[in-house]
Ligand binder design. Structure first.
Ligand code: ATP
Ligand code: XMP
Ligand code: GLN
Ligand code: MG
Length: 519
């Protein structure tokens, strides 16, 4: 999807779990970049794309293994700056005449400290207070640097932690500058793109224009059904697609019986009041709750919901002449947690209903204009599109809804209890002015009854857990530090006002090791 008007950077993906973070760091610098799996990067491809700089990502393979991934040798002759990271460093050294070895006790995982060895342009702003913390994750190591290269930084287990051939503007580092735990990593990217001559011309405005063109090209004169939940992602997707193809769009809001209190009315009302887009309100709660009856395994529940969503979309598509496409507000974290990206090594954590939970065979083709964005970028795009703050500021709500906040078997009784408790919790958060400080907050009803005493009588009711987290992109999260007063007041309200709950706990697990949802 190469576009012509912006400076371009090519990221060659060797399958690292954090390749997308490289793109993120670059987008923060308003640099346009594209990630392409190494298999697709031929000399011809590079010539056509004409990138102004190239980055080689990390990856799980070992350069020492015969048949392991390589870059086309000609890439070193096109005369643009190249940055190699971890596997990317190793492949660069190997292909340019250096040596990489496995083993010998030189593995490093996690925090490491690099000591400088001389001045280097991409390290401008580094080492101001001595050694610099970086994040390492490697078993192999470079044992001999390629001709023309020099060492600019060492760590205890990586004598070649930072290497460069400044005359050709080739840089190769063993650590991962894209992750949070390399605190000066963003600065390294900034220096790199500056010396490569990027003007920082890539903005959400530019993304919007590019996506509109892409959607028009993909859809042609066909019709599109868009799964609209009222969440930030699908709202932004719908508005963007509407801008691209106008009347060829029909939104379908599915009430699967797993929504929060009053949600269906609010979403449909909010959308109809603000936008002139065709919207179908599909009440399918009997279908979903019927199929979920008796199911307690989280992945099974997710897959059932994913399939039913598609069945419902298909049913409505069948009533519209020329409806060939299904649009969804899928984001990059949905993808990375569900499936392995471009042949990479990422493990399936949970099958997000809109990606890993999709049925294998589908009649509709997907339109997913946000598939490579993170949540905060989608919010920025939403602002760019002029969406009201009431859409943009909403906490995320997962497609499977209350199903994954009701661990184990779902019953209508539990869902009703959960809806009431959740409404009180969110009301408390709003009343205390905390809604916008929190990334996401909800109640989970636990599959356990506990004994209580209320009004001198014995109770034997459900326990619930309150969850509230801070996060930037949903990939990592921390629990929100409520005051004890807030927690006490909220627990009292829930237990007093909701029949069926007699115990309330606060979940203080971060992500990782927990996930945000309970299933
Ligand atoms: N109730 C629903 N009706 C129709 N489509 C839905 C529904 N719930 C989810 N979807 C589809 O699945 C996609 C993924 O859901 P997800 O919850 O991640 O995104 P969202 O609801 O758009 O935004 P948010 O993350 O803010 O909740 C949505 O973008 C939408 O296309
Ligand atoms: O649309 C969705 N379909 C899903 O199947 C799904 N599972 C989790 N989530 C949301 O994703 C973010 C990260 O969630 P986890 O830490 O629980 O994986 C959080 O914001 C979750 O609410 C989902 N969203
Ligand atoms: N994170 C990486 O890129 C690892 C590179 C290579 N697989 C190693 O273990 O050294
Ligand atoms: Mg949602």
């Amino acid at each position: 999807m190469t576009q012509d008007t912006h400076d371009r950077l090519l990221i060659i993906d060797f399958g690292s779990q954090v390749t997308q973070l490289i793109a993120r760091r670059l987008r923060e610098l308003n640099v346009y970049c594209e990630i392409h799996p190494y298999q697709n990067v031929t000399t011809d491809f590079v010539r056509k794309m004409a990138p102004k700089a190239v980055i080689f990502s990390g990856g799980p393979d070992s350069v020492t293994r015969e048949g392991s991934p390589r870059v086309p040798q000609e890439i070193f002759d096109i005369g643009v700056p190249i940055l190699g990271i971890c596997y990317g460093q190793q492949v660069m050294m190997h292909q340019l005449g250096g040596k990489v070895e496995s083993g010998h006790g030189t593995a490093e995982f996690g925090r490491a400290f690099v000591t400088p060895k001389g001045q280097l342009d991409i390290l401008d702003g580094w080492f101001t207070d001595g050694d610099e913390q970086v994040w390492m994750s490697h078993g192999d190591h470079v044992s001999e640097i390629a001709p023309g290269f020099q060492v600019y930084g060492t760590s205890p287990n990586a004598p070649f932690a930072i290497t460069a051939d400044t005359s050709r503007h080739f840089y190769a580092v063993q650590f991962h500058p894209e992750v949070h735990h390399t605190p000066k990593g963003a600065k390294l990217y900034e220096n790199f793109v500056k010396l490569a001559g990027f003007s920082g011309d890539w903005t959400m405005g530019a993304y919007r224009e590019q996506m509109i063109a892409t959607i028009r090209e993909q859809v042609g004169d066909k019709q599109v059904i868009c799964g609209l939940s009222g969440g930030v992602d699908s709202s932004v997707a719908a508005i963007l697609i509407h801008e691209a193809i106008g009347d060829q769009l029909t939104c379908v809001f599915v009430d699967h019986g797993l929504l929060r209190k009053n949600e269906a009315d609010e979403v449909v009302g909010m959308f109809r009041d603000n936008y002139n887009i065709r919207l179908i309100h599909a009440d399918e709660s009997d279908l979903f709750l019927g199929e979920l009856e008796g199911q307690s395994d989280p992945e099974t529940k997710r897959k059932i919901i994913g399939k039913l969503f598609i069945d419902v979309f298909q049913k409505h598509a069948d009533t519209i002449d020329g409806a060939e496409f299904l649009a969804q507000g899928t984001l990059y974290p949905d993808v990375i947690e569900s499936v392995s990206f471009s042949g990479g090594p990422s493990v399936t954590i949970k099958s997000h209903h809109n990606v890993g939970g999709l049925p294998e065979k589908m009649g509709l083709k997907l339109v997913e204009p946000l598939r490579e964005l993170f949540k905060d970028e989608v919010r920025a795009l939403g602002r760019e599109l002029g969406l009201p703050q009431s859409f943009i500021g909403r906490h995320p709500f997962p497609g499977p809804g209350l199903a994954i906040r009701c661990p184990g078997e779902i019953t209508r009784e539990k869902l009703d209890i959960l809806r009431e408790a959740d409404a009180i919790y969110i009301d408390q958060i709003r009343k205390h002015g905390l809604y916008d400080d929190i990334w996401q907050a909800f109640v989970a009803i636990l599959p356990v009854r506990t004994v209580g005493v209320m009004g001198d009588g014995r109770t034997y009711d459900y326990a619930c857990a309150l969850r509230a987290v801070t996060s930037v992109d949903g990939m990592t999260a921390d629990y929100y530090p409520f005051s004890h007063e807030f927690l006490g007041e909220t627990a009292t309200r829930i237990i007093n006002e909701v029949k069926g709950i007699n115990r309330c706990t606060y979940d203080i697990t971060s992500k990782p090791p927990g996930t945000i949802e309970w299933e």
